[in-house]
Design a protein around this ligand. Sequence first.
Ligand code: PLP
Length: 395
Amino acid sequence: MASKEMYALGSQASVIRDLFAYGQQQAAVVGKENVFDFSIGNPTVPAPACVKEAIEDIMETRESAAIHGYTAAAGDTAVRQGLADFMNQTYDAQVRADNFYMTCGAAASLTISLKALVESPDDEIILIAPFFPEYTVFVQNANAKSVVLPPDTEHFQISLDALEKAITPHTRAVIINSPNNPSGVVYSADTYEKLAALLTRKSQEIGHAIYIISDEPYREIIYDGLPILYVPKFYKDTIICYSYSKSLSLPGERIGYVLVPDCAADAKEVYTAVCGAGRSMGFVCAPHLFQDVVLKCLGQTSDMNIYDENRKLLYNGLKEMGYDCVYPSGAFYLFVKSPEADAKAFSDKAKKLNLLIVPADSFGCPGYVRVSYCVDPDMIKRSFAAFKKLMEQYQ
Ligand code: PLP
């Protein structure tokens, strides 16, 4: 006997993982250089040198227990203080160590935040399409309901009319993600201002705060000199879920944080509930070594120029072939309109050419595919012939 709900989650295949596994199999048949795998968002740019230096320094200078022992459940105080100082210097965030809860990456930050906010099974969490498919799993885990906003396929910002209609007295939070997986779009200051005005008005109308949960694993992967915007400056009732998976290329190390700034409604209560949620799900004491590593690497990132070069190569290359691409301003994904209504059929045709691109149906955005460009630039160049052949089938 096992939980039916968990069994269903464990046995459902993910489209992305399936494509990735197919790519590995095909590589054995046709050769690795003939498979063009754009399926997965696993950073290819190496972690910056500070990561290795920090590990070596920590290993050489500290006692075992000070490296591998438990920290406080919420994370080491010196680490959280360092994060607070950094956020204050960089974004004038006005936060303290006690606003941070260290986690095992953005996935844990999100599950913890949702669990901390949801009070009743009637509570609704608004997801803005296109969105990271795991959000629905995290909302289900918090025993709340997902309400999906249709995508704004013109600009891939937020359709505020649709959002206004979606808000009910049960709305607890809206999850936003900028730079966005899968669209590659970055929300503008104008979007945040309008979103804040709407949520402030609706919160007053329904009589309780509607929180923004800002999922920010791609915060620093931003191009064309666009500024990084600190969301609580626009809307005070914001909880930030951060991760070093992408910014420092450390997805396997599982390190990130939840930040509940004091300006958020009932901040102390919410922060205590975050600690409770972490405790209830076993997410206490995030990996100790990597708490200390990120402290030593504050303000550093992997070399984002490599992603930027890939972005230009892929965007310009596909545009020239006639593909309709959403202009990518951040993250490492290119969002491409399928030349036929059924993006799954399009992805299947691509698969026959060993071109692995993900239909965006599971991201809540049918009719599009996600092309992940955290890949070797040579593979992008080699893939162009296949992309051309694929487009020829529609001309
Ligand atoms: N949120 C988004 C939008 C993501 O793309 C990902 C991972 O790809 C996550 C959350 C999960 O990140 P982590 O690996 O830090 O748990």
